[in-house]
Design a binder for this molecule. Structure first.
Ligand code: AR6
Length: 187
């Protein structure tokens, strides 16, 4: 369980916005802001591997070996066990490094959300939590990321009936405020 409570909800409660730690969420799947190596890193990635234990890294290595020897491309997503986390699954996606994709950053960030949600549905989960992908080390401006992530999530949920909760988890209250000021949910 988590003691964090929703700051705000959208789309009839199917989207919630909270301040908290992604590793502590009581949802069926959490999303990791990974890098293309899938072998861990700092930020959310480091926190998820520390909290989830070695089973996650083991599966990531196997995915690299069998499916992505060159690394997971930006915008794509893969799923592993949640290891010791409450979540059953970790969905790993690679955000764009801001300024390094010749103007295709927005499309790539949208792909991260769309592909992660697609995998969540494929895994039959009904709840999934996202960190704010690419807005840390990868430098994506928080206001622009809010616009893109909210539009992409709403678009996905408009044709999906399975997901009951998409939880957007911000590490700091100020980050959640920026999201709330810039999101484009219709209700
Ligand atoms: N729970 C929720 N949000 C968090 C947490 C947490 N425990 N920790 C950080 N954040 P980042 P990126 C927020 O840098 O920008 C890694 O080294 C943070 O405030 O984790 O996609 C990977 O291996 C920020 O808003 O991910 C890659 O190399 C957001 O999570 C690279 O960083 C994302 O910050 C990926 O960079």
């Amino acid at each position: 369980m988590t003691s964090d409570s929703a700051m705000r909800t959208f789309l009839d409660g199917r989207v919630t916005v909270i301040v908290g730690d992604i590793t502590k969420q009581d949802v069926e799947a959490i999303v990791n802001a990974a890098n293309s190596s899938l072998l861990g890193g700092g930020g959310v990635d480091g926190a998820i591997h520390r909290a989830g234990g070695p089973a996650i890294l083991e599966e990531c290595r196997e995915i690299r070996r069998t499916r992505f020897p060159q690394g997971l491309p930006t915008g794509e997503a893969v799923v592993t066990t949640g290891g010791n986390l409450q979540a059953l699954y970790v969905i790993h996606t690679v955000g764009p490094i801001y300024g390094e994709h010749r103007g295709e950053e927005a499309e790539l960030l949208a792909n991260c959300y769309h592909n992660s949600l697609t995998l969540a549905v494929e895994k039959n989960v009904t709840s999934v939590a996202f960190p704010s992908i690419a807005t840390g080390v990868y430098g994506y401006p928080r206001a622009e990321a809010a616009d893109i992530s909210s539009r992409t999530i709403e678009n996905f949920l408009s044709t999906d009936r399975q997901l009951k909760e998409v939880r957007l988890v911000f590490f700091q209250a100020q980050d959640a405020e920026i999201f709330l000021e810039n999101q484009k949910f219709s209700e």
